[in-house]
Design a protein around this ligand. Structure first.
Ligand SMILES: *Cc1c(COP(=O)(O)O)cnc(C)c1O
Length: 394
């Protein structure tokens, strides 16, 4: 049986009959209705210990646009850049462009693959107040240091919007959900392909409840007074039907995160040849089974993935190409050399990860990866066969 790369597992729609009937009876289908309000309260308690506030959105890309626009609201005119890693999803850069900003790409840390602190500070020092906002990505749900970002806001006066698209379920060693108490905006996705799998949906959290109030108005056309726009806005609301799916998803989510951690732990233990992110001190939410091939293996990745494909093992290569390698961002973003991003992106592989993965399926993936290593090893740079075939190709 082939093992798909992802196998989305949103709540069963056919089991939501009662909830749908209740929505129908209420006559309220959107505009922050009762199901959405209950879901926001549930999330605030379950993920953030009741601290701060949150607002849902129709997806995380719109949420990033709202949060970036809100963050840059009172920035001076000359600010133009959104500082972000190139090793992220296209949505991060697209959202900045919709806000009239130019993405400015920084390099990443070689160990965590999160934005490099040194490179962020180098760019903040050289671009000064032309940087309107910092948009770090909490890479693959990794628990990035948010206190450091609060420090950057203090030191440089630049606001921070965190792209935490894959981070619902990530907790620190004390069990606090990722983002809890952070005073900037943090954006999470509830898209089908994330661990918190629904259909479409996003969530913006902030420790600052006033900020969430503003974002809620911005998400409703910027209506600060009845049907009068008093600020920038768009329609970013989550429908009641979508909120029902989200609410249902939360009920079993703790088990989902635990199972995914188990899958990742088995990959980590059984495949020491691969390079993983550091093991979390608390709990990391895992969207995919992400790892790097060893240094020197980038040329062999295509062959390696072919061996996996032949065995029916689904896979992907997020985020390769990285953003600075997309033709659109080459025209509309600013960046210099990104050596760590180039190296990480050229070796990244994403293995299957899903909520219902069995031990036998995990074994199959592990065996498949071992076979791929075996099949490719004769071609590693150190070997004569590789040199011979490279010379023959010349
Ligand atoms: C999934 C994802 C998004 C976009 O989320 P949507 O809800 O699909 O709009 C943004 N950034 C990153 C890093 C993502 O992985």
């Amino acid at each position: 049986m082939p093992i798909p790369f992802i196998r989305p597992n949103p709540p069963r729609l056919s089991a939501l009959g009662e909830g749908l009937k209740a929505i129908e009876a209420s006559g309220i289908f959107s505009n922050f209705g009762p199901v959405n309000a209950a879901f926001e309260q549930d999330m605030l308690q379950a993920m953030f210990g009741g601290e701060g506030g949150c607002v849902t959105t129709c997806n995380a890309t719109i949420a990033l646009m709202l949060a970036i626009q809100e963050a840059i609201g009172d920035r001076p005119e000359q600010t133009r850049y959104a500082l972000m890693p190139s090793f992220t999803f296209a949505a991060t850069a697209q959202a900045a462009l919709w806000c009239g900003l130019t993405p400015l790409f920084c390099d990443i840390d070689p160990v965590t693959w999160a934005p490099s602190a040194a490179d962020e500070e180098r760019l903040l020092d050289s671009y000064g107040d032309r940087i309107a906002v910092i948009v770090p990505y909490a890479t693959f749900g990794y628990d990035i240091d948010l206190e450091r970002y609060a420090g950057l806001t203090e030191r440089y006066g630049v606001p921070v919007v965190v792209d935490a698209a894959a981070s619902l379920g990530t907790r620190d060693a004390q069990g606090r959900g990722f983002g809890t108490g952070f005073m900037g905006s943090i954006v999470y996705s509830m898209h089908t392909t994330k661990a918190f799998s629904t259909s479409e949906g996003g969530l913006i959290y902030s420790g600052d409840e006033e900020r969430i109030k503003t974002l809620r108005l911005m998400s409703n056309y910027g209506f600060g007074e009845p049907r009068v726009a008093t600020m920038p806005g768009l329609n970013g609301k989550l429908s009641e039907t979508a909120a029902l799916i989200c609410r249902e998803r939360l009920r079993s989510f703790a088990d989902t995160v635990a199972h995914r951690s188990h899958v990742m732990e088995r990959y980590r233990m059984a495949l020491p040849e691969l390079v993983f992110q550091p093991a979390p001190s608390g709990q990391q939410s895992h969207q995919f089974g992400v790892a790097l091939l060893p240094p020197g293996w980038s040329e062999l990745r295509g062959r390696f993935l072919e061996v996996l494909a032949k065995q029916g093992i689904g896979h992907a290569t997020y985020f390769s190409p990285h953003l600075a390698q997309h033709s659109f961002f080459q025209k509309h973003a600013l960046f210099g050399a990104l050596p760590v991003t180039d190296s990480v992106a050229s070796r990244v592989i994403c293995l299957p990860m899903n909520d219902t993965m069995t031990e036998a399926e995990i074994d199959t993936v592990i065996e498949g990866v071992k076979r791929a290593f075996g099949d490719c090893r004769p071609y590693t740079p150190a070997s004569h066969a590789y040199l011979a075939s490279a010379m023959a190709a010349d």
